[in-house]
Design a protein around this ligand. Structure first.
Ligand code: T4K
Length: 389
């Protein structure tokens, strides 16, 4: 384990970009028209193209996923309490606080790592107005059970689908579930527009309302009907998105190969579990999370550090839990005793590098490295902390 795997760092992800020369004509068009933002031609074209690609009827583009989440709550006039998962990126719950909404954390299912529907009902109070589940890593939530609970208690469901670009269940877009679904097109996502996001809406009226909200609440030149925000995607982002759509299938195919190789190579490493896919009929392989079980000779953090020392920058998505951050810690639902599954998974997870340009020999060595840590005489102290690799 003395060898450095790669002479350059391997990060958890690397943005997928089209050939630069293909983007130049789009830039020339923007420079020529001088239309930079505010629903320009690329914005309109990208919305249509994206609806076609994703198999949804209506969506509205945003500058990023976080603004889209904040606006989704505004659009449905959510207040009071919202049930959500602690096992996500912090933006999920921050979107609630920005709206003055109290997050109520509910534990996750040990298999899907998404909000556990069996635990939702116990957290519902008269103040509960909505459920905000996350399709974590692109793995589908239990959408049927969640909808049944929402129907029974008259709750809205807003999916944080930041990881779920292109995912389908039963050959249908997962984004069609719930009242709204929110996407992220951040640089680190499967599909990127540098920064970007979108809200998938059920009908034209909702889309129009959100279109107004993301433009300060203007409905015409002189009329403002709501306390809107500036959430608009620029023409630059929309143009890049249009071009990215031409390459996305190839990128997803490469991700599928990487996912398959990891699963094959890590299958026989004791105490390393690859998180199972969730039965989606179309996957996006957005992340490759492994769980480092307690029986593995190194602690999760020791393996994580050791990988870093060898230039492999996996990430512990999602550690710490959102509920452990200072602004959430004081909530009753943030008590770890309430969230045993999420707390345990957060202590075990490492997301390994996955992106279309990941070189097979590098990936192979990452797998060898993880296997070797198990097989070779790795020197550790009793608490598995001080690894010499
Ligand atoms: N909901 C969920 C469930 C989310 O996961 C997210 C975002 C959101 C909502 C909010 O959506 P946005 O408002 O972001 O659209 C990253 C991303 O910043 C964040 O978008 C993402 N989730 C989260 C899971 O991961 P960091 O702090 O881990 O990113 P960073 O900058 O450390 O990047 C990771 C690695 O990627 C770097 O080590 C190198 C590589 N990288 C990154 C960037 C930004 C590049 O090679 N080039 C780049 O430009 O949060």
């Amino acid at each position: 384990m003395q060898n450095v795997i790669s002479d350059k760092p391997i990060y958890v992800t690397q943005p997928h970009l089209p050939p630069l020369e293909e983007f130049i004509p789009y830039l020339e068009s923007i420079w020529h028209s001088k239309l930079l933002t505010n629903k320009g031609p690329f914005h309109q074209e990208f919305e249509h193209a994206l609806c076609d690609y994703l198999g949804v009827e209506h969506l509205t583009l945003f500058a990023n996923g976080t603004l889209a989440l904040v606006t989704a709550m505004q659009a449905l006039r959510i207040s009071g309490e919202v049930i959500t998962t602690p096992y996500s990126f912090v933006a999920t719950a921050h979107a609630l606080l920005w709206n003055g909404i109290k997050p109520v954390f509910v534990d996750i299912d040990p298999k899907t790592l998404n909000l556990d529907p069996a635990k939702i009902e116990a957290a519902i109070t008269p103040e509960t107005k909505a459920i905000l589940p996350v399709h974590c890593y692109g793995n589908p939530c239990d959408v049927e059970d969640i909808q049944t609970i929402a129907n029974n208690y008259n709750l809205k469901v807003i999916y944080d689908a930041a990881h779920a670009f292109g995912v389908q269940i039963s050959n249908r877009s997962i984004l069609k579930h719930g009242d709204l679904s929110v996407l992220s097109f951040h640089a680190t996502k499967v599909f990127n527009t540098f920064e970007g996001g979108a809200i998938v809406c059920p009908d034209a009226k909702t889309k129009q309302h959100i279109d107004n909200l993301k433009n300060f609440g203007f409905v015409d030149e002189t009329t403002v009907v709501a306390t809107g925000i500036n959430g608009k995607m620029s023409e630059f982002g929309a143009a890049l998105g249009l071009l990215q759509l031409k390459h996305i299938d190839q990128a997803l195919a490469r991700r599928r190969e990487i996912d398959r190789l990891y699963r094959t190579r890590l299958a026989n490493v004791p105490s390393i579990n690859c998180v199972e896919r969730g039965g989606q009929t179309r996957d996006n392989h957005a992340y490759f999370p492994i769980l480092v079980r307690p029986e593995y000779p190194l602690s999760r953090d020791a393996l994580y550090s050791c990988l870093r020392e060898h230039g492999i920058y996996g990430r512990r998505y999602f550690f710490p839990l959102i509920s452990d951050f200072p602004m959430y810690r004081g909530l009753q639902s943030a008590n770890r005793a309430n969230l045993p599954v999420a707390a345990s998974i957060a202590e075990q997870v490492i997301c390994l590098p996955i992106y279309p340009n990941l070189v097979e020999s590098d990936q192979s060595q990452i797998c060898d490295f993880i296997a070797a840590a198990h097989e070779e005489n790795v020197v550790i102290d009793n608490r598995k902390q001080n690894l010499k690799c």
